[in-house]
Design a protein around this ligand. Structure first.
Ligand code: ADP
Length: 257
């Protein structure tokens, strides 16, 4: 039954689905989702990002398409394309709000209904990867997302943390969430891992370092790499530019690609 549903749905042309999770907000989950999409595009893949962070959608801004509208076609909602080649497509509640800064003050059931609609009704077409950017924590929205995606057999989840113990502690809860919902953990990324001086390019550890790597070892999941705090990265994101193309020599580059 599940196979049939998956084939007929709008996700039938999507090869791999992966989720990006974090225990806290502001640790760089949307940043990692964005850079991962750009990196995959550079390796010739077609990528979609589904932004289910309904109360804090930042994906449209990171690609500088926050003023775009979503249109309807026979198959459902047409995602917003960030380039003419249509190599990256996006869907976010940000495109559905009248003003980008409007607050979404919804109770759980309404949020869950929109997530289900996002999963069922976006006409992604053929994609190599669909990256699902989630809200921080392990809320109702996460359960709805995982349940709605289950028939399409997601590849797994990437967990993002900063090096500090508090954030790492929250990732432990994400690990438990993945275990309980049967979502494979693809690995942990440690973001904001040291600061790269824009003048001399030296990396200084402002916070502690290595918490993400230690946790990965302890939990027996892959450690995917450390991304330092890099002012050029935040500037690229602010301006909707392609950091990977612009700064291939950045020390953030290896982990992001
Ligand atoms: P989250 O999705 O976890 O809430 P964001 O990805 O929106 O977090 O990141 C929060 C802010 O931190 C953004 O302004 C982003 O540009 C910045 N940021 C994230 N990671 C880095 C980094 N490695 N270097 C510089 N700025 C970063």
């Amino acid at each position: 039954m599940e196979e049939v549903a998956a084939e007929r749905s709008n996700l039938g042309g999507v090869r791999h689905i992966l989720l990006v999770l974090s225990g806290k907000g502001g640790v760089g989950k949307s940043t990692i989702s964005t850079e991962l999409a750009l990196s995959l595009r550079h390796s010739g893949k077609k990528v979609g990002i589904l932004d289910v962070d309904l109360c804090g959608p930042s994906i449209p801004r990171m690609f500088k398409v926050q003023d775009s509208d979503v249109h309807q076609c026979d198959a459902g909602w047409v995602p917003v394309f960030v380039d003419q080649e249509k190599s990256i497509s996006l869907m976010s509640i940000g495109f559905l709000l009248e003003k980008p800064d409007d607050a979404v003050v919804w109770r759980g059931p309404k949020k869950n209904a929109l997530i289900k609609q996002f999963v069922a009704d976006v006409a992604w077409g053929e994609l190599d990867f669909l990256i699902v950017d989630t809200p921080p924590g392990t809320s109702d929205e996460h359960i709805s997302t995982v349940e709605a995606l289950r028939p399409y057999k997601p590849l797994g989840a990437i967990l993002v943390t900063t090096p500090q113990a508090v954030s790492v502690g929250d990732v432990r809860r994400e690990l438990t969430f993945c275990k309980k919902t049967g979502l494979r953990v693809l690995g942990i990324v440690e973001n904001m891992s040291g600061f790269v001086c824009p003048h001399c390019s030296e990396c200084t550890n402002i916070f502690s370092k290595g918490g993400g790597e230690e946790l990965a070892k302890h939990a027996g999941v892959p450690f995917l790499g450390s991304v330092p705090l890099d002012p050029q990265l935040s500037q690229s994101l602010e301006e909707g530019r392609d950091f990977i193309q612009e700064f291939p020599k950045s020390s953030a580059f290896p982990a992001l690609t």
